[in-house]
Design a protein around this ligand. Structure first.
Ligand code: NAD
Length: 252
């Protein structure tokens, strides 16, 4: 990843920050897009401390103007964007007859429109370079229903369909597009769910037992998959959904 420029959306999150760190350790310059937050500033400082070229981009992924500006700022600073990793995401739970319309709209705006906007403004840069890699974070939830998660599942299914569609479109331009489907990851959403669970220990056991490997993924294991898919080692891989799920899917 030496001399590569990577834009990570949702960069301040549990998985996004691990992905950003993985790319930094592999020698890339990283642009970190997330909502303005202390976590974003702290991540920028920490990664700079590792000697990396880092740029924090406080922006709302659902706002076209802000996403376009973030992409332009990255190109002005680093010259191009070789890799886009969409780790941005939002989890809202609720059953179909109870979910508020506003919650549905917010999930779709962040998880689906956000990924679309990041691709929309980054793809022209990659087309100009006649190369690039896009990796979108979907989830095993795209395939498996669970009580109270229909909206999240629908959004992650949409991320997969979007990935397949643009993989077709962009292949002639030397741009590969793939998705990663994690099971439970010991970070981000899982930690948020533990905080509000009535019995966090039971949830933790459930999360571990959902996988053949008997544990959750470390965020660095998702980062490793993102690095692989963006590397030359994956030069013939496009339009793929890679399950990084410790065997979650074969248990079903
Ligand atoms: N944690 C898991 O177990 C798990 C499992 C499968 C898939 N995923 C996927 O991995 C990705 C990262 O999840 P995570 O667990 O790190 O969650 P997280 O909440 O830690 O990270 C998501 C990030 O997206 C950012 N974000 C949300 N709305 C935004 C907006 N409007 N504009 C800009 N940034 C915004 C948040 O600030 C946060 O930093 C998500 O796409 C999620 O669906 C997570």
């Amino acid at each position: 990843m030496q001399n590569q420029v990577v834009l990570v959306t949702g960069a301040a999150g549990g998985i996004g920050s691990s992905i950003a760190e993985g790319f930094v350790k592999a020698g890339a310059a990283v642009a970190l897009l997330d909502r303005p937050s202390e976590a974003l500033t702290e991540l920028e400082t920490r990664l700079r401390g590792l000697g990396a070229q880092v740029l924090a981009l406080p922006a709302d992924i659902t706002n076209a103007e802000e996403v376009s500006k973030a992409v332009n700022t990255t190109v002005a600073q680093f010259g191009t964007i070789d890799t886009l990793i969409n780790s941005v995401g939002l989890l809202r739970q609720g059953r179909v007859d109870a979910m508020l319309e506003a919650d549905w709209d917010e999930i779709m705006a962040v998880n689906v429109k956000g990924v679309f906007l990041a691709c929309k403004y980054t793809v022209p840069i990659m087309k100009k370079a006649a190369s690039g890699s896009i990796v979108n974070l979907s989830s095993v939830s795209a395939f498996v229903g669970s009580d109270g998660s229909f909206a999240y599942s629908a959004s992650k299914g949409a991320v997969l369909s979007l990935t397949y569609g643009i993989a077709q479109e962009l292949a002639p331009f030397g741009i590969r597009v793939n998705a990663i489907c994690p099971g439970w990851v010991d970070a981000g959403f899982t930690h948020q769910a533990m905080k509000v669970a009535s019995d966090p220990n039971m949830l933790l056991e459930q999360a571990k037992n959902a996988h053949v490997l008997g544990r959750m993924a470390a965020p660095s294991e998702i980062a490793d998959a993102a690095l692989f898919l963006s590397s030359k080692a994956a030069s013939f891989i496009t339009g793929t959904a890679l399950n990084v799920d410790g065997g979650f899917m074969i248990k079903r």
